[in-house]
Design a protein around this ligand. Structure first.
Ligand code: IMP
Ligand code: MG
Length: 190
């Protein structure tokens, strides 16, 4: 395959485009307004915690639309390997290094909520560390897959139970650079 012939050569592995770049743009703008409304009267520091790697493009677009003083931190949390099924436990391979948690509002930004285990456990952990507040913002949610009682505070779009790729989301580390969200053809992972 000539990778240079088409910038988005991976597009052929998509069964369907779920969110176009234009739709993602509208979603992030709407989420930014809702987040501003929530924090506008707070006099605490607002810290966006970007969950690597998947939420990087989403967080980057979202933060540019937020007309609020904002600080940026990163965590790397994983519950998935190369497969498409959750493994249950979460592993923190890059932790948040702040010693002022009790004084700050944390906004955890995630690409997708599936079983809900990752954000359920992560928000529990950050609350146990006495963060002043912990809220979550996800681009995508698959509520039909939920295994624990978790509801994100801000959600871009709910989607059916299908494995999606693009705009940060990967299958086996590929497809993160697609500018849209698409459904991966099942024959790629089965
Ligand atoms: P949860 O802990 O089951 O909610 O899993 C959340 C994590 O699983 C996300 O941060 C993604 O890394 C991964 N994940 C879940 N569904 C998908 C998908 O459809 N495509 C790509 N990654 C996914
Ligand atoms: Mg992820």
């Amino acid at each position: 395959m000539n990778k240079k012939a088409c910038a988005f050569y991976d597009e052929r592995d998509c069964k369907q485009i779920l969110l176009s770049a234009e739709e993602i743009d509208r979603i992030t703008t709407r989420l930014a307004r809702a987040i501003e409304e929530t924090y506008k009267d707070s006099d605490r520091r607002l810290v966006m915690v970007v969950i690597l790697k998947g939420s990087m493009p989403f967080a980057a677009d979202l933060m540019k639309r937020l007309a609020l003083p904002l600080e940026l931190e990163f965590m790397k949390v994983s519950s998935y390997g190369a497969g498409t099924k959750t493994s249950g436990e979460i592993k923190i391979s890059l932790d948040l290094k702040r010693d002022d948690l009790q004084d700050i509002d944390l906004l955890v930004v995630e690409d997708i909520v599936d079983s809900g285990r990752t954000l359920f456990r992560l928000t529990q952990l950050l609350k146990n560390r006495n963060a002043h507040s912990v809220r979550t913002c996800t681009l995508l949610d698959k509520p039909s897959r939920r295994e624990v009682d978790f509801v994100p505070d801000f959600c871009g779009a709910t989607i059916p139970d299908e494995f999606v790729i693009g705009y940060g989301l990967d299958y086996d580390e590929k497809y993160r650079n697609l500018p849209f969200v698409g459904v991966l053809k099942p024959e790629i992972y089965s």
